[in-house]
Structures are given as structure tokens and as C-alpha cells.
Design a binder for this molecule. Structure first.
Ligand code: UDX
Length: 422
């Protein structure tokens, strides 16, 4: 079976490399020539643990990349669509990239009688497959869904930094479709996976993705709200979190309080489902408050700084810029908002992050970027930790003030230390 993966971002790149590792012949497609060139040169276009070694193994025998979508589609049977669905300014989901890919795929498959299964992995609000994907494919292919081609909604649950691990050992595989032939063809792709496979309707599969991310985001805002209350009461939230997580119904996962969630998914997906609900006349009050708590969480760092007097001219070091450890991704990173607040108070900043310096320099070109964490400590009076990179645990903070937004110290803490919620 030959596979095509369209859109080689964080999801598509791991999907393509993972399927190649499983022995499929994979053609990766992306508009970005530089990205295509990097992949064909066995160089990862993103930082993801294990991806470099995987590309060295599978390129070019099992994986090649191209900008030519038509050529890649023509030699494939299953087409994975992994393009982005970014937020529009009012919070709704933008499906322009998805619509364009469906149009191009439709035009390409029109010219052949072979069966194609189009598998959508992009995160799309309930109804998108039936209201957009299928109609656009039918229009441009001049074929009928279920007769000339099949469609599956197969949401991804990959975590950045752990994406390949999550690809090879998912908790579950969700297959949404109304077409038996499509379900059977895609089960062939996932035959080597041991996890449960749930088949569902298109809308159910679309909704499972949003409900998963919205629940995880809710869990984080919940423990952050508990953390803020505990902080006022002089209680260590980490002990409270540990205590509640021993209830199997709660579990220890996603109960780490801090400066809040970032990334390209939680904020975008929670906003999109709120918008969709509002369109249907339902006010998603709980989900709105999840975002409200998260939006204000980085400001708690600023409140903790108040006790050290005006920040104007104070030397403040920032450790960590990415939205979480083990990634180079700064999208919606709470660190960026914290930096903006610090600049508004005219603090003198110096910055270090193991992976994201290049990207952040484009946003804040005039800040002082240091070669490592020790150099930040040396240069600063107060140090803020904004991403849970493990190397920040072992730095010698001397007698400097350390304010921790990400709970990086599981053992010895610095002498002059305070946590955002503990
Ligand atoms: C998330 C979902 O986990 C994944 O299933 C989905 O496919 C994409 O979105 P990702 O955004 O890559 O994955 O990272 P994740 O590990 O979920 O962390 C998201 C944010 O929550 C990060 O900013 C992280 O620091 C924060 N977080 C996570 C907490 O603040 N506390 C926690 O306990 C866990």
C-alpha cells in the first residue's frame, strides 16, 4: 500500500516518518520547498526527539518529500491530510488550507478510476467533513463519495516532544466514517497497532479530538485555579495535586500547576469549539473560564515580583521560551506574554532557551540573549523559570532570587526560591 501525507508540519512529519518506519512507501507533500529539501536530505524541519534518527533510516527508501501534490497522489492509495487549521481572529477555525488540498486532490483523482481513501488528520470542528471535505472532493473529482473515493476522519493525539512515541503507541485510534470500504482500507494501515480502535461517525470523530483537548486544558486550568487558591492560603499545591491524583478517577496526569498552557493546540482548539457552540446558540461558560484562567496565569508571575519593588532597570533573567520542554515551538507560549509584561515595566532582561532563541530573536530582536543558563544567572538579580527544561534543575543559582513558573525542581530548590502556585 502506497501512502501520501499532505502537510509536513508537526503532525504530518511524524505521521509520514512513522508510516515509513512501518514499511509503507510514503510520499510527503508540502508547499515549502526548503522543508521538502531538508527532509530529502534526512534533516528534520522541526525539533522532535528521535526524528533525525528516523529520517536517516527511512529516507529515501521508504520516504521521499515533494512539492508536487498531483504526482504524489497519483502513485498513492491512501492520502493523509495533515494541514493546519489555525485560529481566525475571532477564534473560529480557518479551513482555507484544508479546502485547497481537497480541491487539488479532487482535480488529481478525477483523472483516474483507482479507489483513493482520503484520511483527514487535521483538527476540524464537527460537521466539517460532511459540509466541506466531501462536497469539495466530489465537486473537483466529479466522483461520488463512497463510489469513487472514501473519506475517514482520523484525529491525531500527538504531544509535541513525544510525538513519535505517541505515534507508535497511541492509547487509541479513532476512525470516523460512514463508508465501510474506507474503514477497511485504513484498518490495513493500522494493522500493526495493538491499541483499541473505535469506529464512529464523522461528527463523533471530529468531536472526540476537541473534547480530548478541551478536557486536558480544563484539567490544567483547574489545577492552576486550585494552585492560585492554595498560594493565597500558604498551601503547597503539589502536595494537594499528589493527594487528589491518587484517586484513580482523577489520575496524576495533567495536574501540574504553573504559568498555564500554551502550544498550537489547546488555545486554538478550545477557542474553536467555543465558537462552534456559540454559533449553535450555546454559551460554553466552562470552556470560556478555562481560557480566562489560562490567560491570566502568567500575570501571577508579575504579582510575585511586586514584593521586590519596581522592575524599572532591574536585571531580570528569563529561562525558557518554548511552550513546553523538548520542543522548539513557541506558539502561544506563556513565556512570550511574561516577557511583554516585563518589558512594559521596563525591566532589563536577559534570556536563554535551549531550542527557541532563533525564533524569539525575530520577535524581540533587542533583548540580550545569553549562551547558557549560567550566564543568565550571573547577569541577573532575579531569575524567572518559564519552561520546564530539565537542565534548569542543575544550575547553580547562587544567592539569586528564583521565581519558578513551571515547577522544575523535584529535589533541592534554590536558597531564595518561590513557585507561582507553591
Ligand atoms: C496537546 C495534547 O496533549 C495532544 O494530545 C494533542 O494532540 C495536541 O495538544 P501539546 O500541546 O503538544 O499536546 O503538549 P502537552 O504536553 O499537552 O502540553 C500542552 C501545554 O500544557 C504545555 O504548555 C504544558 O506545559 C502545559 N501543561 C501540561 C501544564 O501546564 N500542566 C500539565 O500538567 C501538563
Amino acid at each position: 500500500m502506497k501512502v501520501c501525507v499532505i502537510g509536513l508540519g508537526y503532525v504530518g512529519m511524524c505521521q509520514a516518518a512513522g508510516l515509513a518506519k512501518l514499511g509503507f512507501a510514503v510520499s510527503g507533500v508540502d508547499l515549502d520547498e526548503d522543508k521538502v529539501g531538508l527532509i530529502n536530505n534526512k534533516t528534520p524541519p522541526i525539533y522532535e526527539d528521535g526524528l533525525k534518527e528516523l529520517l536517516e533510516e527511512v529516507v529515501p527508501d521508504h520516504l521521499t518529500a515533494t512539492t508536487n501534490l498531483a504526482a504524489a497522489v497519483k502513485k498513492s492509495d491512501v492520502l493523509f491530510v495533515c494541514v493546519g487549521t489555525p485560529s481566525k481572529k475571532e477564534g473560529s477555525m480557518s479551513i482555507e488550507q484544508l479546502r485547497k488540498v481537497c480541491e487539488d486532490v479532487g482535480k488529481t483523482i478525477q483523472k483516474t478510476d483507482r479507489w483513493f481513501t482520503i484520511v483527514v488528520k487535521s483538527t476540524i470542528v464537527p460537521g466539517t467533513i460532511e459540509e466541506v471535505v466531501i462536497p469539495v472532493l466530489e465537486k473537483y473529482s466529479k466522483k461520488k463519495f463512497g463510489e469513487g473515493f472514501g473519506v475517514i476522519m482520523n484525529p491525531e493525539f500527538l504531544r509535541e516532544g513525544l510525538a513519535l512515541k505517541d505515534f507508535f503507541s497511541p492509547d487509541r485510534i479513532i476512525l470516523g466514517s460512514s463508508d465501510k470500504k474506507s474503514i477497511n482500507s485504513i484498518k490495513e494501515v493500522y494493522r500493526s497497532f495493538k491499541c483499541p480502535i473505535l469506529t464512529a461517525s464523522f461528527k463523533e470523530a471530529e468531536m472526540i479530538k476537541y473534547a480530548s483537548n478541551a478536557f486536558l486544558a480544563t484539567k490544567i486550568s483547574f489545577i492552576n485555579e486550585m494552585g492560585n487558591i492554595c498560594k493565597k492560603l500558604g498551601i503547597d499545591t503539589n502536595t494537594v495535586s499528589k493527594g487528589i491524583s491518587m484517586d484513580h478517577r482523577i489520575s496524576p496526569h495533567f495536574l501540574r500547576s504553573g504559568i498555564g498552557f500554551g502550544g498550537s493546540c489547546f488555545p486554538k482548539d478550545v477557542n474553536a469549539i467555543i465558537y462552534k457552540a456559540t454559533e449553535q446558540g450555546y454559551n460554553a461558560r466552562l470552556l470560556r473560564s478555562v481560557l480566562d484562567v489560562n490567560r491570566e496565569q502568567p500575570l501571577k508571575m508579575m504579582e510575585l515580583l511586586d514584593k521586590y519593588g519596581p522592575l524599572k532597570g532591574k536585571k531580570v533573567g528569563v529561562l525558557g521560551l518554548t511552550f513546553k520542554e523538548w520542543t522548539d515551538d513557541i506558539r502561544e507560549s506563556p513565556a512570550l506574554n511574561t516577557i511583554k509584561e516585563l518589558l512594559m515595566e521596563e525591566a532589563t532582561l536577559c534570556i536563554y532557551d535551549p531550542k527557541a532563541m532563533r525564533q524569539v530573536k525575530k520577535i524581540f530582536p533587542h533583548l540580550k540573549y545569553m549562551k547558557n543558563a549560567d550566564a543568565v544567572v550571573k547577569e541577573s538579580e532575579i531569575i524567572l523559570i518559564l519552561t520546564e527544561w530539565p537542565q534548569f534543575k542543575d544550575v547553580d543559582y547562587k544567592n539569586k532570587i528564583v521565581i519558578d513558573g513551571k515547577n522544575v525542581f523535584d529535589r533541592k530548590r534554590p536558597k531564595r526560591y518561590e513557585g507561582i502556585c507553591w
